[in-house]
Design a protein around this ligand. Structure first.
Ligand SMILES: Nc1nc2c(ncn2[C@@H]2O[C@H](COP(=O)(O)OP(=O)(O)OP(=O)(O)O)[C@@H](O)[C@H]2O)c(=O)[nH]1
Ligand SMILES: [Mg+2]
Length: 281
């Protein structure tokens, strides 16, 4: 008998959804930062055994849309809700029940939370969602991750594999390159700047001993471009160095990374631009 299914990770922003998916698939697929709205796309992490295949999906945190970008992000949450065999709804310890929710699964960040707060959080959520199983986990410290994995495996329906058994994800290498660059933007810049940036990979050329990558960072204003570039280009230089290191690790090759910054004042509300960046609208 072969089991397979879609296991979709959903929840509020910043609760640790991406950390959980990476822990479950034992790979750094999704980028992780302290900032909310780090994840903007649905990203699959596939784990296969001889008689099973679990297709996890990490999704953007649920927010009220202010831009078309947010609408596109929420459309991916909706798609993940629609095709899920199992939903892992991640709650941060202490988190209150949002107004609209009908799914649930685990309380994250128990490593950083008073056990009494975890207890009361569990009671509140369990009372509301009587059929859900609740796990207390730390995605960061990998506490109780195996239990979640075992439960998922037990619940998977009988089904042939959806993807090749060698596949790790549904996204191409270029996508992860753009995500690594965006992760560095989130880590190195503050306030509204990271939220105004999108990364587009212009070219990806594999040569004998090096990969040459050209990427454009789109920002919404000239002032943001100046911040990204920094004094005499010091900002973008640092960004390039840090991103290149991680990209080299990810692709297992030497990389030449060429970064350019362009201003497009309306990209977050521009359907054509968003489609170019890979969002479905
Ligand atoms: N202490 C603690 N921190 C955690 C845990 N899981 C995640 N974090 C931290 O919480 C922050 C957000 O983690 P992410 O995995 O990016 O959260 P997310 O839900 O994917 O966030 P968005 O993509 O922005 O919605 C990061 O700083 C993580 O290191 C945990 O179990 N314990
Ligand atoms: Mg995330």
């Amino acid at each position: 008998m072969h089991k397979a299914g879609f296991v979709n990770i959903i929840g509020s922003p910043n609760v640790g959804k991406s950390t959980l998916m990476n822990a479950l698939v034992k790979e750094k697929l999704s980028i992780i930062t302290r900032k909310a709205q780090t994840t903007r796309h649905r990203i699959m992490g596939i784990i296969s055994g001889e008689d099973f295949q679990i297709v996890y999906s990490d999704t953007p945190g649920i927010i009220k849309p202010h831009y078309k970008l947010h609408e596109a992000m929420m459309a991916q949450v909706t798609s993940a809700l629609a095709d899920a065999d199992i939903i892992l709804y991640v709650i941060e310890a202490g988190e209150k029940i949002p107004e609209q929710t009908d799914i649930i699964s685990q309380i994250n960040k128990i490593d950083a939370t008073d056990p009494a707060v975890v207890d009361s959080c569990e009671q509140i959520w369990a009372a509301q969602f009587k059929n859900a199983r609740i796990f207390r986990i730390s995605a960061l410290q990998k506490i109780n991750i195996q239990q979640v994995f075992d439960e998922v495996l037990a619940l998977l329906p009988e089904c042939p594999p959806y993807y090749s058994k060698d596949d790790l994800t549904d996204k191409p290498v270029r996508f992860f390159v753009s995500e690594i660059i965006r992760e560095k933007v989130l880590l190195l810049y503050s306030k509204e700047v990271p939220y105004s940036v999108e990364v587009f990979i212009e070219s990806f050329k594999e040569e004998l001993d090096i990969i040459r990558i050209a990427a454009t960072l789109y920002v919404a204003r000239e002032s943001q471009k100046a911040i990204i570039l920094g004094h005499k280009g010091s900002g973008i230089k640092r960004l390039g160095i840090e991103a290149r290191k991680d990209i080299e690790h990810f692709v297992g090759n030497k990389v030449f990374l060429d970064l350019t910054v362009k201003v497009n004042d309306n990209w977050r509300d521009n359907t054509t631009m968003l489609q170019r960046f890979g969002y479905e609208l």
